[in-house]
Design a protein around this ligand. Structure first.
Ligand SMILES: NC(=O)c1ccc[n+]([C@@H]2O[C@H](COP(=O)([O-])OP(=O)(O)OC[C@H]3O[C@@H](n4cnc5c(N)ncnc54)[C@H](OP(=O)(O)O)[C@@H]3O)[C@@H](O)[C@H]2O)c1
Length: 256
């Protein structure tokens, strides 16, 4: 039987408490990785954090959670320094934070623009910058950025979201060119129509959901596991020869 083996690996998931991020955390732990995930500490989602941790621990996995405002550069650096002394290695960084407020471009304020660029782009930069020295020292690392199909079709609902996610794609190319030879492999996964809170905000009614499904050649909406399995694959030795790639996970919708 083929397996994805992440025993003895350490993983940091920025934004791993619910939706796609939670499934990434769950899957990495199932594959054996010691995983720390961050969340914003929002009391609305506290139960999800607790039940995710319980589920993983009950199954014999190793996970912990930390509150992090991912747009706080200093806090991100502090967290990664703390992890460095604890683990001495970070094998995998997943930057999953994302937020999208659909509105016409002409309505976006300067403040709104900065806020969403910070959430969707700068948060990843802060984490990447802080893990690079550690990954370079061990001549090994995997970085997986979570983008969006908006980069291909402009269909995310907000110009700041589209620009932030496109920025991640540029970051992936830069990191590959400059750090792959140092043992750090970076890829970006672009999800599309994955059934999570973020999607429900835009396609909440059964009619809207049905219309959306009709746009997906695979005949269904995506599930968080469709992304999480790919993350685990890329993080494992199966992904040793894959870097600098943008992988669209969309059931064929973008071509449709
Ligand atoms: N679902 C889709 O179809 C789809 C499509 C394209 C791209 N994506 C991307 O996939 C990723 C996961 O999406 P999802 O659908 O799972 O979304 P979700 O259910 O809304 O989860 C978003 C995640 O981002 C975190 N987050 C949001 N704002 C944050 C902030 N200001 N600071 C720190 N963390 C923050 C959340 O943490 P808390 O739980 O603490 O709030 C949560 O872990 C996002 O980057 C999203 O843009 C999703």
């Amino acid at each position: 039987m083929l397996t994805i083996d992440l025993q003895d690996k350490t993983a940091l998931v920025i934004g791993g408490s619910r939706g796609i991020g939670a499934e990434i955390t769950r899957t990495l732990c199932r594959a054996g990785a010691s995983t720390l995930f961050t969340h914003t500490g929002n009391s609305k989602h506290q139960n999800q954090v607790s039940s995710l941790l319980k589920e993983i621990h009950d199954a014999g996995g190793t996970a912990e959670a930390e509150v992090l405002q991912a747009c706080d550069s200093a806090a991100t650096t502090r967290l990664i320094q703390k992890l460095t002394s604890k683990w001495s290695r970070i094998d995998l960084l997943v930057c999953n934070v994302g937020q999208n407020l659909a509105q016409p471009a002409e309505n976006v304020t300067d403040e709104g623009w900065r806020k969403f660029i910070d959430i969707n782009l700068s948060s990843a930069f802060y984490a990447v910058r802080a893990v690079l020295p550690l990954m370079m020292a061990s001549k090994h690392g995997r970085i997986i950025l979570i983008g969006s199909s908006v980069v291909y079709d402009g269909g995310g609902g907000a110009i700041d979201y589209a620009a932030g996610k496109a920025g991640l794609a540029g970051m992936m190319a830069y990191l590959t060119r400059n750090y792959a030879r140092k043992g750090i492999l970076t890829n970006i996964i672009h999800p599309c129509v994955i059934e999570t809170d973020l999607l429900k905000e835009r396609y909440g009614t059964p009619e809207k959901k049905q219309k959306l499904i009709e746009q997906v050649p695979a005949g269904r909406l995506g599930q968080p596991r469709d992304i999480a399995g790919l993350v685990a694959y890329l993080a494992s030795s199966w992904g040793d020869f894959i870097c600098g790639q943008a992988i669209l996970v969309d059931g064929g919708r973008t071509i449709f």
